[in-house]
Design a protein around this ligand. Structure first.
Ligand code: 5AD
Ligand code: FES
Length: 352
């Protein structure tokens, strides 16, 4: 193998850090041998911290109403073809009861930026879930708000927050979002969430329009410096009612390569093999686990709304019941030699 790339992979494995131009080199010069070396070190690092365990999170997509207009996203405000819905508090609670019986101990509440869900409404929902299931973690994935609001939701019982940074390059950010959204605001939100005490997840799409190895290197450096508890990455997949409908999708190959790099940057990070990864290719999520991911997030949303929460085309798991999805994933994980565990699945602390 080319000496330099081998050197960089080993350096990353030992020091959990590279220079910006080294990350860029790693992305630009990847070969089959580099991929395999990186993957085997990532799997080793993952095993050392988490063994064969794969954590599951029950995803509840409770509203697809969104005030934003991100160019890539299928539930953007201007998509008039999107059939909008909003679950009631009772419907959300019902999902958690079903999920609890299926063994879920983390619920991820995800939605568009829907102004119906004020702090008051969310505090009520979060505290009700916590009251019924004090042994469960609640993860919010509800977009940008202000620090006061994040504090109230944290005090009501929310444990974790996912807010993908989308790209760590300001110019790139501005090519993916209309001018009413700002890179600085998103980054400030991430800092605020961390200061409040949430376990925080950032993340980005792989192969998003205008992404380059330079912007990706910045994403990796950002992850290294921000040191989030979680990181969600999945391939960009075009949605046919968005401005990016004709753009190319990201690949399983690059997504898996980046998953391995992220695992080596932070061996104890919680790293999901995303639904998007399973959507662009059959076996995509399994490939993600085999590259260093350790989390899967099956869908717990009511069957009646599943198809409506379409961020991208051809999303999988929109036709199966929660129980089916849970069993299906369990089998897939087992088949590759890993094991789904029923626990909150917090990040393991320690010096890895
Ligand atoms: N393809 C892949 N991922 C997408 N997301 C939004 N739209 C798409 C798409 N077309 C991701 C974004 C967002 C997360 C909830 O889903 O990164 O933060
Ligand atoms: Fe959802 Fe297979 S994981 S149906």
């Amino acid at each position: 193998m080319e000496e330099k790339i081998k050197f960089l992979i080993e350096k990353l494995n030992n020091e959990h850090s590279l220079e910006l131009d080294e990350y860029e080199y790693l992305i630009d010069n990847r070969t089959e041998t580099a991929r395999n070396l990186l993957k085997s070190l990532a799997v080793k690092a993952r095993k050392k911290v988490y063994g064969n365990s794969v954590y599951i999170r029950g995803l509840i997509e409770f509203s697809n109403i969104c005030k934003n207009n991100c160019y890539y996203c299928g539930i953007r405000r201007d998509n008039k073809n999107c059939d909008r819905y909003r679950l009631t508090k009772d419907q959300i609670l019902e999902c958690t009861y079903e999920g609890y019986d299926l063994g879920f101990r983390t619920f991820v509440l995800q939605s568009g930026e829907d102004s119906y869900f004020t702090d008051e409404v969310l505090v009520d929902i979060i505290s009700s879930i916590k009251q019924k299931h004090p042994d469960c973690a609640i993860t919010l994935s509800i977009g940008e708000r202000n620090k006061e609001s994040y504090k109230k939701l944290f005090n009501a019982g929310a444990d974790r927050f996912l807010l993908r940074h989308e790209t760590a390059d300001k110019e790139h950010y501005e090519k993916l979002h209309p001018t009413e959204m700002s890179f600085e605001h998103r980054m400030q939100n991430l800092q605020d969430l961390k200061e409040i005490g949430y376990q925080v997840g950032c993340g980005f799409m792989v192969g998003s329009p205008y992404q380059t190895s330079k912007t990706l290197a910045k994403d990796l450096k950002f992850i290294e410096e921000f040191s989030p508890e979680m990181c969600g990455i999945g391939p960009f997949i075009p949605h046919n009612s968005t401005p990016f409908k004709d753009n190319m999708a990201g690949t399983v190959e690059l997504t898996c390569y980046l998953l391995s790099i992220i695992r080596l940057i932070k061996p104890n990070i919680l790293l999901p093999a995303t639904t998007a990864l399973g959507t662009i290719e059959e076996g995509g999520r399994e490939a993600g686990i085999l590259s260093g991911a350790n989390v899967v997030m099956p869908n717990l949303s009511p069957l009646s709304v599943r198809k409506k929460y379409a961020l991208y085309n051809n999303k999988i798991c929109t036709g199966e019941e929660s129980a089916q999805c849970r069993t299906c994933l369990e089998q897939k994980i087992k088949a590759i030699g890993y094991e789904i565990v029923t626990s909150r699945g917090d990040m393991k602390e320690g010096n890895f």
